[in-house]
Each structure stands twice: as structure tokens, then as C-alpha cells.
Design a binder for this molecule. Structure first.
Ligand code: HGY
Ligand code: MN
Ligand code: MN
Length: 410
């Protein structure tokens, strides 16, 4: 490794991550839903730190933070997100934002490096209001009507109300200046157990899954739980439960090697112990990096719903509420991460697909994009016990900054 390069300050990286952890702390994690007070304070925290990295910027009209540089030469965009899932981990998102900030602090003042790292925090990656609204706004894929119809899945608050109460309603939304950036690089915790279980330190992401989301509703007949004989019941909750089991029985014959499917939320109406549910709803998700697999499974899902309908006890409706294209990560970005891993992580790296969705898949629609992962302890994420060893956090930062440097000076 060249020893005349400016170095990552690991202590500073850890201090920044702990400063963000202290905003909206929940047990050993955080509770920072989009546009919550802790999320807005975290965005402000980042805005305050941009000048020390030679950047200027603010929170834009959809809640993104974009820090831009006036330094001549090529620009590399880097970042991630600062909101969290509810009662979740302290590193999912902030790790990538702090690494990007550190890369800017190390590279931008260096006169030997032509070009600069620009830093972004994308709003609502976690989909409280709608999927990837911040990064999709930046690439020009969000219309005003999308914002008009967006509601917080936690409390039904409209996005317009949230933007207004955050003081962002009148701010313009910043959109990508085509050709400004050589590409986008994002660091993230792996959120799985592959790196830890194989004793590796860096994941070089090859592809990111597409996420397709469905609302499946079952309509039966609400009735008395004591006086309604079992033979005549039209129990929507039971129909939903049977459908979930049938998915698990029939999907494996049609899925791909890494396909996953999840029922993340079930609602029974009216939800009382002495009333047979007349209505039931499940939020269902399919993920794969091959759109043909997802389309095949959607056809199967609809065919299974039609079979239940035909039985005549309960009706079933399948509504697709979200689609997302999978993304391939740029080969030269993968090479830069691999070379940086050789220099700073003893070459303990692995090329691997991402089973999680990330803003990088949205940025990849308009520029070359790359991602690197650091290990997650026990593979846990989207839970307040999510964690990564300090040494792995620092190694990841050194690899990330070196990869940025390699991409800017190639
Ligand atoms: O759900 C995801 O894949 C991302 O962590 N929001
Ligand atoms: Mn994330
Ligand atoms: Mn997440």
C-alpha cells in the first residue's frame, strides 16, 4: 500500500457512528422511522459535518441530504440512508453514510488526488412511506403524485404532512446532474451470516435483488365464535393461514436458488377473540435477482388465489403494490473494492449477491454503481441487536476509502 496516502481515522469513524446511535437510541439499537424527530436530527447531524469534508449541502424537498464539492476533477457519489426500521439496528444505513463522509474528509483535502467524493443520505430507503423514495427522487423516478399518495405505514400520516412538519414542504427536490459523477459507491452491513461464518471481512456485491410486494386480502363472513358451527364457517383468518402454508408447499418447485418470500404482516378483522374474522390481509414479498423468477411466482400466486376463490368459502384478491428491478453492480467497481480489500483487509473478500435491497440499485439505473459489505455479528439485522465488531468497522472504512481513491485516480 502506498504510504504517502492520507489515512482513515478509525476512531473518528466509530465516534461518528456512536454519535448517530445516540440519536433515537432504542436498547442497543435505534428507533428512527422516516421523518421521526430522531431521523430529522440525524439528517441535521450530517449537514453540520459536510463543511469539514469540503462539501456544502442541505436537506432537500424529499428529505435527502446531498453534499456537493466545488473541487475540480471527477466526482464520486457515496452514501446510504439514516432512517431505520422500527426498533432496529444502529448500523443499517449509518455505516454507509459515515464511510462516505470519512472518504470525503480524507480524499477531498488531498491535493495529490484530482477529484472529490460527494456524500448523500437517501430518505426512506426503509420504505416507511414508499420504497426508495429518496434515491428514486434523485434519479427522477418520483412524481409529485407519488408524494401526494404516500402515507406512513406506521400511522397513516401523509408524506405531505410529514414534509410540512419537518419544514421541507417548500424546498426543491435535488435531482442528479447527468454526467457529474463517475459512479456511486455504497457500504453496508451484510445483514446475513456469510462473511462471519467464512471468516471474511469484505463482501464485494455482484447483484442486488428486486423486491416485489403484494397485499393479499381474504373475504369471508364475520360471525359469532360460539354459535357458528364449524361446517358453515367462512373464516377469512383460517383461509389466510392455509394460503401461507400452501405458498411454502408450492413455491419451492418454481423458485430460483436464492429466491426468498416473506409474509411480514397479517391483519385479522375485527381481531376479537369471540368473532370469526370476516376479513384478513397479508403483506407478502418475493425477492430474487432474476425478474423472470419473480414473474413466474406471481403467476403461481394468482393461480393459487383463483383455486381458493373457486372453493367458494372465501374470496381472495392479490394486489401488487411494489415492484423493483434487480441490479448488476459495475465490474470496475467490484475490481476496485477487491484491490482495496487486498491492500487493507488481507484479501479476505468474497464476491456475493445482496439479498437486501439498497439505494445502490436505484443509482445503478443512471450511473455505474458498486457496494461493499462488512460482517454482521450472527447475521442479525432489522433488529436492535444488530452489530458489527469495531475492528471490522474500521477495516471496512479503510477498504471503502481506498476503493474511492482507486476509482477517482484510475
Ligand atoms: O428490506 C431491505 O432489503 C432493506 O434493508 N430495506
Ligand atoms: Mn439499509
Ligand atoms: Mn434495512
Amino acid at each position: 500500500m502506498a504510504d504517502n496516502v492520507s489515512r482513515v481515522d478509525g476512531t473518528r469513524v466509530l465516534a461518528d457512528l456512536h454519535a448517530l446511535r445516540a440519536i433515537g437510541t432504542y436498547k442497543s439499537g435505534v428507533h428512527k422511522p422516516t421523518f421521526s424527530e430522531p431521523h430529522l436530527r440525524s439528517l441535521e447531524w450530517l449537514v453540520q459535518r459536510l463543511p469539514e469534508a469540503g462539501l456544502a449541502g442541505d436537506i432537500d424537498g424529499i428529505g435527502n441530504v446531498l453534499g456537493a464539492s466545488t473541487k475540480p476533477g471527477p466526482k464520486l457519489l457515496a452514501g446510504s440512508h439514516l432512517e431505520s426500521q422500527n426498533h432496529a439496528g444502529w448500523l443499517d444505513g449509518p455505516l454507509g453514510v459515515v464511510y462516505a463522509l470519512e472518504a470525503a474528509r480524507v480524499i477531498n483535502p488531498d491535493p495529490k488526488i484530482d477529484g472529490a467524493v460527494e456524500v448523500a443520505a437517501w430518505c426512506d430507503e426503509e420504505g416507511h412511506f414508499g420504497h426508495f423514495l429518496g434515491s428514486r427522487s434523485y434519479v427522477g423516478a418520483v412524481a409529485e403524485a407519488d408524494i401526494d399518495s404516500a402515507r406512513d405505514r406506521n400511522d397513516g400520516r401523509t408524506m405531505r404532512e410529514a414534509l410540512a412538519s419537518a419544514g421541507l414542504a417548500d424546498r426543491p427536490r435535488v435531482q442528479a446532474e447527468r454526467g457529474r459523477h463517475i459512479g456511486y459507491l455504497e457500504a453496508h452491513i451484510e445483514q446475513g451470516e456469510t462473511l462471519e461464518s467464512s471468516g471474511l471481512k469484505i463482501g464485494i456485491v455482484t447483484s442486488i435483488v428486486g423486491i416485489w410486494q403484494y397485499r393479499i386480502t381474504f373475504t369471508g363472513e364475520q360471525n359469532h365464535a360460539g354459535t357458528t358451527r364449524m361446517a358453515i364457517r367462512r373464516d377469512a383468518g383460517l383461509a389466510l393461514a392455509r394460503f401461507c402454508v400452501a405458498i411454502d408447499d408450492r413455491f419451492p418447485a418454481s423458485c430460483g436458488p436464492r429466491t426468498v418470500w416473506t409474509t411480514g404482516r397479517i391483519t385479522l378483522e375485527p381481531g376479537a377473540p369471540s368473532i370469526i374474522p370476516g376479513a384478513a390481509e397479508m403483506l407478502f414479498q418475493i425477492r430474487d435477482d432474476d425478474p423472470a423468477v419473480i414473474a413466474r411466482l406471481e403467476d403461481l400466486l394468482r393461480a393459487m388465489a383463483a383455486e381458493v376463490d373457486k372453493q367458494g368459502r372465501c374470496s381472495v384478491a392479490v394486489e401488487r403494490i411494489r415492484t423493483g428491478a434487480p441490479a448488476r453492480m459495475d465490474a470496475s467497481f467490484q475490481q476496485a473494492i477487491e484491490a482495496a480489500s487486498a491492500a487493507f483487509a488481507g484479501g479476505k473478500s468474497l464476491r456475493m449477491p445482496s439479498g437486501a435491497g439498497h439505494d445502490a440499485q436505484i443509482l445503478a439505473t443512471i450511473m455505474p454503481a458498486g457496494m461493499l459489505f462488512v460482517p454482521s455479528i450472527g447475521g442479525i439485522s432489522h433488529h436492535w441487536t444488530e452489530n458489527t465488531a469495531d475492528a471490522d468497522i474500521v477495516t471496512g472504512a479503510e477498504v471503502f476509502v481506498d476503493a474511492c481513491r482507486r476509482l477517482l485516480v484510475r
